[in-house]
Design a protein around this ligand. Structure first.
Ligand SMILES: CC(C)(COP(=O)(O)OP(=O)(O)OC[C@H]1O[C@@H](n2cnc3c(N)ncnc32)[C@H](O)[C@@H]1OP(=O)(O)O)[C@@H](O)C(=O)NCCC(=O)NCCS
Length: 170
């Protein structure tokens, strides 16, 4: 098994990130996106990241096999020290500790960037993502019933939270 490198993502990784995410959009409830992302949309997503909202990729043998990000949780100013966390891996790279590494690195970066709270929002059907976040110290703080609709079904979300032991940024 090749070693996994975790590094900050570059715009050149946009197509690889879409190749990872688009099958989940088409086939699963892991994301509530319903239409495949285009390269232009992914590059716009990059423009919304950077600074206090890093994107990381996991690389094996030079190929991007997963990514994780801290994204704006809600745009209103008082939420500025809260970020939403997400991680997606190519299926053949599941259960090798890569998700745990990406989440751990994002937690470290969140601390260094002065974030106070991280939020994970998972479909209640996606047991792996809930289990991963709980394994990384997140706690379930709530569940919203039937707030998503995909594949003709109503879907619940589970909300998980991690409080970062960082000083607040004013
Ligand atoms: C969720 C996901 C990122 C997990 O990544 P991963 O690299 O497979 O997880 P890891 O190998 O690092 O597992 C770490 C811990 O998470 C938990 N876990 C991960 N996958 C699990 C599964 N399928 N079932 C139960 N527990 C699981 C376990 O506690 C595991 O520790 P262990 O291996 O010592 O038992 C991966 O399954 C994935 O890409 N899923 C589809 C996308 C998705 O749902 N993303 C989340 C949206 S925010």
């Amino acid at each position: 098994m090749s070693p996994i490198l975790v590094r900050p993502a570059a715009r050149a990784d946009a197509a690889a990130i879409n190749e990872i995410l688009n099958p989940y959009i088409a086939q699963s409830t892991a994301t509530f996106l319903t239409e495949p992302r285009t390269l232009a949309q992914r590059l716009a997503w990059f423009d919304e990241h950077g600074g206090r909202h890093p994107v990381l990729v996991a690389v094996s043998d030079g190929a991007v096999v997963g990514f994780g990000a801290l994204s704006v949780f809600r745009p209103r100013a008082a939420y500025a020290s809260t970020a939403e966390i997400s991680v997606y891996l190519r299926p053949e790279f599941h259960r090798r500790g890569i998700g745990r590494r990406l989440i751990g690195e994002l937690q470290s970066r969140a601390r260094a960037l002065g974030h106070h709270a991280l939020i994970g929002i998972c479909c209640s059907e996606t047991g792996a993502s809930i289990a991963l976040l709980e394994a990384c110290g997140f706690r379930r703080v709530g569940q919203l019933r039937e707030v998503g609709r995909k594949f003709g079904r109503w879907l619940d979300i589970v909300i998980l939270q991690f409080l970062v032991d960082a000083p607040s940024v004013s």
